[in-house]
Design a protein. Structure first.
Length: 293
């Protein structure tokens, strides 16, 4: 018999929406989703509550939920953002309130303005295979493919090389090296939750990035390394003037660099690349905004 919980708990939610300077954002549209019913092994049924922030940037409402309250804020000219999910049992226990009584929770959402949107090349690639060899495989960000002879790409924006071995699900060690063809090209890490991601930085780029995927488990030891955890900016197609200063360059933002999966074919020969990125084809523009989505 499938279990069905019908208890709904009251939550007074106050959402404050501010801009990057901490000023209230009036007229932001807030949507909250509460859980109204759920059966074991089935999808939960939710219900939305919506409203707009006032001059003080706040939207407050009493909602009822079985477990959680989630949602986001949107406004034209800003990038939408979700607020940290509210869990009724956690909040009730934290406040020392018996189950069934209302809890009050505040959340703040910081919306970033759309500053300089451009026409970008946006790609989400799946099932791109990397050969295990000493060969560097060149990748074309604008066309979204490996360069010849591995694909239809025309310009090498970066090289990716993979070495290592696969001896089973609990015994593999892969090394990856990402490098570039031009002096001045490079890669720099950033945190999309806290750092500026709308514009690529001018400095701080490294010419090589190396990482590993390792899983070695036996009776005596356990070693696991799962790859990269950050997002990255790239500077590619760089040209230098007679003084060694950058005269031309293109910029990109890579998301989910960690989604390079070793041993997807269960052998030493291939790995599967999954890559999401945005590339600005306009020379010397560091903007990586695409219209405020």
């Amino acid at each position: 018999v499938a279990y069905c919980n019908t208890d709904l708990y009251p939550v007074n939610v106050s959402i404050s929406v501010v801009d990057e300077a901490g000023h209230p954002v009036e007229g932001a549209h807030v949507v909250m989703t509460t859980i109204k019913s759920a059966k074991a092994w089935e999808t939960s049924v939710g219900e939305n509550t919506e409203g707009n922030t006032g001059k003080d940037g706040k939207f407050s409402v009493l909602v009822r939920t079985m477990t959680t309250v989630s949602g986001d804020a949107q406004k034209k000219g800003y990038y939408g953002k979700s607020f940290e999910r509210i869990d009724y049992p956690t909040e009730a226990n934290k406040a020392g309130i018996p189950y069934g009584l209302p809890v009050s929770v505040e959340r703040t959402i910081v919306l970033r303005k759309v500053l300089n949107p451009e026409s970008l090349v946006s790609m989400r690639l799946k099932d791109y295979f990397i050969n295990a060899s000493e060969e560097k495989m060149g990748f074309d960000l604008e066309l979204g493919d490996w360069v010849s002879p591995h694909g239809k790409g025309e310009k090498t924006d970066f090289y990716l090389q993979r070495n290592g071995y696969f001896r089973g699900d609990v015994n593999y060690d892969y090394q990856f090296v990402l490098s570039f063809p031009n002096e001045g090209d490079g890669i720099v890490a950033f945190n999309a939750n806290t750092d500026e991601w709308r514009f690529a930085p001018e400095n701080g780029y490294k010419s090589v990035l190396e990482w590993r995927y390792v899983r070695k488990i036996n009776d005596e030891s356990r070693e696991e390394i799962t790859g990269l955890k950050q997002d990255y900016f790239l500077r590619v197609r760089t040209e230098l003037d007679e003084n060694g200063k950058i005269s031309k360059a293109n910029y990109a933002r890579i998301q989910r660099m960690s989604e390079i999966l070793p041993a997807i074919m269960k052998d030493d020969n291939t790995s599967l690349l999954r890559l999401s990125y945005r590339f600005n084809p306009r020379v010397n523009s560091r903007s990586l905004e695409r219209g405020g989505e």
